[in-house]
Write a protein that binds this ligand. Structure first.
Ligand SMILES: C[S@@+](CC[C@H](N)C(=O)[O-])C[C@H]1O[C@@H](n2cnc3c(N)ncnc32)[C@H](O)[C@@H]1O
Length: 277
């Protein structure tokens, strides 16, 4: 077996093929609404903007940036942005979008997260931003945390906003626990379509995901020496995760919540962890 044929390499290659195929579907989708973004709509969620704070003049690295819409959202707010994603079509689309919205200084790199330090040649950043369906694609959360810490400049911080891992244990109603919170190791899926269009025909449908508990994620970050400044658990999600969800607005962001009267669990979380200066 050569290095490229390790189970992890095979799994990541399947994931990359799956993501590569979905990039043009996503860029054409109403879900991502590129025309709206080009016209000036802000793709960032209001809670993220509030929790990250002022970014003007700061360098920001977006890990797993997909086709860069959120990355460019931070650029519009004044950050000097760099995006990194292992999907070449995603990075090409990000560069094209940066040209369309006249943000030529935005840089995008095609690389695995775990290779980010090497690919970025040791460059460090004021802010590392990531999340919203990112960590589940990574097999090793300790290696991820070490990578993030190495990418941060002294005094810089990681801002992570993610879907809460507890939501993975419930049935589609969000009422009954059907899956073990502590399951680990790769889970494989073989499903056509994508979250922007479940009915679209796709060929590369095999993917692998890894479930990471909240405690593991926080402990991995603290273990690198980063100082946790907050960990917020949110009672909203960004999509209709469970059938009972009702749509509401949280400031300017469309969100989904359990109906009034139904007991709640956290649906998302966000955290900020800072490197000492
Ligand atoms: C759900 S998307 C993230 C969505 C993103 N928050 C956005 O702006 O829409 C997950 C992204 O992770 C990328 N990805 C998955 N595994 C990766 C890895 N090991 N290294 C780098 N990027 C990866 C995929 O190519 C995809 O663009």
């Amino acid at each position: 077996m050569t290095t490229d044929e390790t189970p992890e390499a095979v799994q990541l290659a399947a994931n990359r093929a799956m993501w590569d195929e979905r990039v043009p579907i996503h860029t054409a989708s109403t879900f991502y609404d590129i025309p709206g973004f080009v016209a000036g709509a802000d793709p960032l969620r209001s809670f993220e903007v509030a929790e990250v704070g002022e970014v003007t003049g700061k360098s920001l690295l977006h890990l797993q940036c997909h086709f860069g819409q959120d990355t460019l959202g931070w650029a519009r707010r004044g950050a000097t942005v760099t995006g990194l994603d292992f999907s070449v079509p995603a990075v090409e689309a990000a560069r094209e979008l940066a040209g369309t919205v006249d943000l030529p200084d935005a840089r995008f790199f095609a690389a695995d997260v775990y290779d980010a330090v090497k690919v970025l040649d040791g460059e460090t950043f004021d802010i590392v931003y990531t999340g919203l369906g990112a960590l589940c694609w990574l097999p090793d959360i300790t290696r991820w945390a070490e990578t993030v810490a190495a990418l941060l400049a002294p005094g810089g911080f990681l801002y992570l906003s993610e879907f809460h891992p507890i939501t993975d244990v419930f049935d589609e109603n969000g009422l009954t626990v059907t899956t073990d919170y502590f399951r680990r190791g790769p889970m494989s899926w073989d499903e056509p379509g994508t979250y922007t269009d479940a009915t679209v025909e796709t060929e590369n449908n095999l993917s692998y995901e890894w479930q990471h508990g909240l405690g593991e994620i926080v402990s991995a970050l603290i273990g690198t020496g980063l100082r946790l400044e907050f960990l917020h658990e949110h009672d909203f999600s960004l999509f209709k995760r469970f059938t009972s969800f009702e749509r509401s607005t949280d400031g300017i962001t469309e969100v989904y919540r359990f109906p009034a009267g139904q007991p709640r669990v956290p649906l998302m979380y966000s955290l900020r962890a800072r490197k000492s200066s």
